[in-house]
Design a binder for this molecule. Structure first.
Ligand code: URA
Length: 434
């Protein structure tokens, strides 16, 4: 088999066979197929597409390029969630303890990642002593004993994706749906859960800018998941403004805790109930989404979700007292309220720019080696549709110095667009695909 023949076939709109896809991914992972040929293939796939069978073959070939996790030592139904990434996304911190308290098993491997804020693991490190470096054996034991563990990647999962994603990044081939589907699903399948729920975000602060693109991606992801024998659902959610109010690390943990304590209702809770409802319905442990949501709500009302988070944090070496006393979480040196210069109704909050404020303050990672400051970030006071009086707070900046706080305050004012006319609130949950 020759890569040049495969390239010509895809260039001319042909369909690659299972063997050809396996040859290509194996060869590229081992360094036998050079970057220039694989770049040409990514562009041919972007322009010509792949059908479901090819996308599934590509996903499975990538999944088998490295180790896969066998979760069979864990009793019960294992559920996982993936978000395509957005600003202020702290859903895992709320959803995972809720679902574990309701009886599913959460055996989650999470990344740190690059972005406006840290990933879930960084946020969890706001609890003094918490570690994500747990051995596989301890990971299985924790999930069996308490129902939940969120750890860093222990195995060498999907090395093909590490190489391919870096190549796509510099060859203009990231936005190909079959390439995105195989990249995301190879990692999710390799992580071993029975149920996978995907939060596909759309809008200014997301990877997919329109709802239509997000729907195409969500349908592709769920189709491949099901073809690979997993239970799969997707929720398409709005990212035209940050999710919830806090953007940062410890500030997001504080917001997640207030949802888990039952103090903050609204769209963030609703999203967690919907994602969790999909997990439970796909797991077959409830008759309907409505029943699942009621069960999940009970875990907030009776404190069992908060307790589940405390058990996980303790089992992973962290000081769980911060869960009941958030003043023990990392505190920023400077806090600054940002009053609005004008009155009106919030028409837009540029999500991407709010993310950049967190980045500017040191809450995100520019390179894999960057240290992040867990204490900094921004907490919005107003969301789209809210009325604002002149002088009223738009939000609070948490910074390491007065100078950084002042710069961030200006950035925050620039994120807000006000209108003289009342503005309707945005709908967070756009579609549920099951
Ligand atoms: N996220 C991924 O993991 N892969 C992609 O290709 C795009 C987003």
């Amino acid at each position: 088999m020759q890569m040049s023949d495969l390239l010509a076939k895809k260039r001319d709109g042909g369909s690659l066979s299972t063997e050809e896809i396996q040859f290509m991914i194996r060869g590229y992972t081992r360094g036998e197929i050079p970057d220039y040929q694989m770049s040409a293939m990514c562009m041919a796939i972007l322009l010509r597409g792949m059908d479901d069978r090819e996308t599934l073959d590509m996903t499975l070939a990538m999944m088998h390029s490295g180790e896969t996790i066998d979760l069979s030592p864990i009793r019960g139904v294992k559920a996982d969630k993936h978000s395509t990434g957005g600003v202020g996304d702290k859903t895992s911190l709320i959803l995972c303890p809720m679902v574990a308290a309701a009886g599913l098993k959460i055996a989650k491997m999470s990344g740190r990642g690059l972005g406006h804020t840290g990933g879930t693991i960084d946020k969890l490190e706001s609890f003094p002593g918490f570690t994500a470096a747990v051995s596989e054996q301890q990971f299985f034991k924790n999930v069996n004993d308490i129902g939940i563990a969120i750890i860093g990647q222990t195995a060498d999962l999907v090395p093909a994706d590490k190489k391919l994603y870096a190549l796509r990044d510099v060859t203009g081939t990231v936005p190909s749906i079959p390439l995105i589907v195989s990249s995301i699903m190879s990692k999710k399948l390799a992580s071993g859960s029975d149920v996978i729920v995907l939060d596909v975000k759309c809008g200014d602060g997301a990877f997919m800018k329109t709802e239509q693109q997000a729907e195409t991606l969500a349908r592709g992801l769920t189709r491949v998941g099901r073809l690979a024998g997993r239970k799969c659902a997707a929720v398409i959610t709005d990212m035209e403004q940050p999710l919830g109010y806090a953007v940062g690390n410890a500030v997001e943990v504080r917001e997640a805790l207030s949802v888990l304590r039952g103090e903050q209702k609204g769209e963030l809770l609703e999203l967690c109930l919907t994602l969790g409802g999909c997990m439970m319905a796909e797991a077959g442990v409830v008759w309907s989404m409505e029943e699942a949501k009621l069960e999940l709500l009970k875990t907030i009302e009776d404190g069992s979700a908060l307790k589940k988070l405390a058990e996980m944090v303790s089992a992973q070496g962290g000081d769980a007292s911060a869960i009941y006393d958030p003043s023990l979480l990392p505190q920023a040196a400077v806090t600054l309220e940002v009053p609005s210069e004008n009155a009106g109704y919030v028409r837009r909050i540029h999500a991407e720019q709010v993310g950049l404020i967190s980045m500017h303050l040191g809450g995100g990672r520019v390179t894999k080696e960057s240290e992040i400051d867990l204490s900094v970030g921004v907490v919005l006071a107003k969301k789209v549709g809210d009325a604002v009086r002149a002088g009223e707070s738009l939000g609070t900046i948490y910074a390491s110095s007065a100078e950084k706080a002042q710069q961030a305050a200006k950035m925050l004012r620039d994120c807000y667009e006000l209108s003289d006319e009342p503005v309707s609130r945005r709908k967070l949950i756009r579609q549920i695909i099951r």
